[in-house]
Design a protein around this ligand. Structure first.
Ligand SMILES: C[S@@+](CC[C@H](N)C(=O)[O-])C[C@H]1O[C@@H](n2cnc3c(N)ncnc32)[C@H](O)[C@@H]1O
Length: 371
C-alpha cells in the first residue's frame, strides 16, 4: 500500500512530448520528475497534486497513483480492491466511475475489472457508481500488475476555462504551451502568430509572460475528494504570482471571425492588455516594433482543412514573408504534412518526432534566428 502522504503522481502528455513536459515540471520545482512513456512522474502528496493541476501548462491530466499490486484472478482483484482505504480518499456522497484497461495480462476483460472495482467502492465506501460521474478511478493492468489511480483533474487540463469559442481546428492549449517551450520561449520575448485561429499560441504565450497559473480559472476533481483541504487550496490559489510581461504577444488571421474569437478568448483569460490581434492575410503580416522574438504558426493542413496541393502556395507565401521581413526571429511551425513544411523553404532544424493530435500526427519545425 502506498503511504498516504507521499505517492507517485503521474502527469499525462502526448506521446513524444514527455521530455518537454518534464522540463516544465522540473523548472517549476517539482521533485524527482522523470519522463516515462505517455507522461512524467513525480513524487509528492496532495498539496503537490493540487499545485501540479494549478501550475503545469503541458499536462493533460494529473493522476494520483493510490495503489499497485500483482493480480491474476478476478477473485483476488475483488478482495484486493476492498483493502484500498477508499474512505480516506473519496467521499461517500460523490458519484464515482471506474475506467479499466488491460494489456498482456491474465485479466484481460476490462469490463469485468471495472465491475469488481466499482463493487468494492460501492460496498466499502458507499459511494454511488455512475457512468457520468465527475470522479474517475482508473485501473491499468499490465503484465499482471494492477495500478490504481485517481484522476485528480476531472475535465482535461487543456480546458483552462477561458475558451468559450473554438474554431474548427484548434490546437490544444497543453500542446501549444509545450511547443512554445520546445522553441525556447520563456516569456521574455515577443511572440507573433500570423494564422492565429482562436488565439491559442498568443494567449498561452501571454499567460506565460504574465506568469499566470494555467488552472486559475477552473475547478478540479480533487476538490471533491476526502483529502481536499479547501483552506489550504484557497491559500495556494491566492499566491499572486503575476508579473508585467516584458513583451506583447501578437496574433493575426485573415478571418474576421477568428480575430473576434481570439479577442474574446484573451478577454476571458484576463490577458487582453498583453495581446494584440488584427485581421490580415499572411502577405500583410509584419513584425511589431521592437526586438525580434518568436513566430509560432499552425497553418491549415491537408486532411484537416482543405486539400494539401492547394495549400502549397499558402506555405510558400508564409515562408517568403518570414524570410523577407522577420530577420532575427525564430520560427516554430506546426503542421501534419512534411511536404508543406518544406514548401516554406525555411531553414528548419531537424524536426522532432511527430505527435498524435486529433487523429493526425503533427510535427514542430523550428528554425534558429532567421538571417
Ligand atoms: C489550423 S488554424 C490555426 C488554429 C490555431 N492554432 C488555434 O489553435 O486556434 C489555421 C488558421 O489559418 C488561417 N488562415 C488561412 N489562410 C490564411 C492566410 N492566407 N492568411 C492568414 N491566415 C490564414 C485560418 O483562418 C485559420 O484560422
Amino acid at each position: 500500500m502506498t503511504s498516504p502522504d507521499q505517492f507517485e503522481i503521474f502527469l499525462t502528455t502526448f506521446p513524444g512530448l514527455e521530455a518537454t513536459l518534464c522540463a516544465e515540471v522540473r523548472g517549476k520545482g517539482f521533485k524527482l520528475a522523470k519522463p516515462v512513456p505517455g507522461g512524467v512522474t513525480i513524487r509528492g502528496g496532495w498539496p503537490e497534486v493540487w499545485r501540479a493541476n494549478l501550475w503545469i501548462r503541458g499536462a493533460g491530466r494529473v493522476l494520483a497513483r493510490i495503489d499497485a499490486f500483482h493480480v491474476t484472478h478476478l477473485a483476488h482483484l475483488d478482495s484486493r480492491a476492498r483493502q484500498v482505504p477508499w474512505a480516506s480518499l473519496l467521499r461517500p456522497d460523490m458519484p464515482v466511475r471506474v475506467e479499466a484497461s488491460c494489456a498482456a495480462s491474465r485479466l484481460y476483460h476490462s469490463g469485468a475489472v471495472e465491475q469488481r472495482i466499482a463493487t468494492a467502492i460501492r460496498e466499502t465506501l458507499g459511494a454511488p457508481v455512475a457512468a457520468e460521474a465527475g470522479i474517475t478511478v482508473m485501473a491499468r493492468i499490465e503484465h499482471d500488475r494492477c495500478t490504481l489511480s485517481l484522476d485528480t483533474s476531472g475535465e482535461p487540463l487543456h480546458k483552462r476555462g477561458y475558451k468559450a469559442a473554438v474554431n474548427p481546428a484548434p490546437l490544444r492549449e497543453t500542446m501549444a504551451s509545450l511547443f512554445l517551450l520546445a522553441c525556447g520561449y520563456d516569456g521574455r520575448e515577443p511572440v507573433l502568430d500570423p494564422m492565429c485561429g482562436a488565439g491559442t499560441f498568443v494567449i498561452e504565450a501571454a499567460e506565460i509572460a504574465a506568469r499566470l497559473n494555467p488552472g486559475r480559472q477552473r475547478h478540479f476533481a480533487f476538490e471533491h475528494f476526502a483529502t481536499f483541504d479547501s483552506e489550504a487550496w484557497a491559500r495556494m490559489r491566492a499566491v499572486a504570482s503575476s508579473r508585467a510581461p516584458a513583451a506583447r504577444c501578437h496574433g493575426s488571421d485573415r478571418d474576421a471571425g477568428a480575430v473576434a474569437m481570439s479577442r474574446a478568448n484573451a478577454d476571458r483569460a484576463g490577458v487582453a492588455s498583453h495581446v494584440e490581434f488584427r485581421q490580415c492575410t499572411i502577405s500583410d503580416a509584419a513584425p511589431p516594433e521592437g526586438p525580434p522574438g518568436l513566430v509560432m504558426v499552425n497553418p491549415p493542413y491537408g486532411a484537416r482543412m482543405g486539400d494539401k496541393a492547394a495549400l502549397v502556395p499558402l506555405y510558400r507565401a508564409l515562408g517568403q514573408v518570414l524570410r523577407q521581413r522577420f530577420a532575427g526571429w525564430r520560427v516554430g511551425l506546426v503542421t501534419g504534412e512534411p511536404s508543406l513544411a518544406q514548401a516554406t523553404a525555411l531553414p528548419f532544424l531537424p524536426p522532432a518526432a511527430p505527435v498524435p493530435h486529433g487523429g493526425l500526427r503533427v510535427s514542430l519545425y523550428r528554425t534558429a534566428p532567421l538571417p
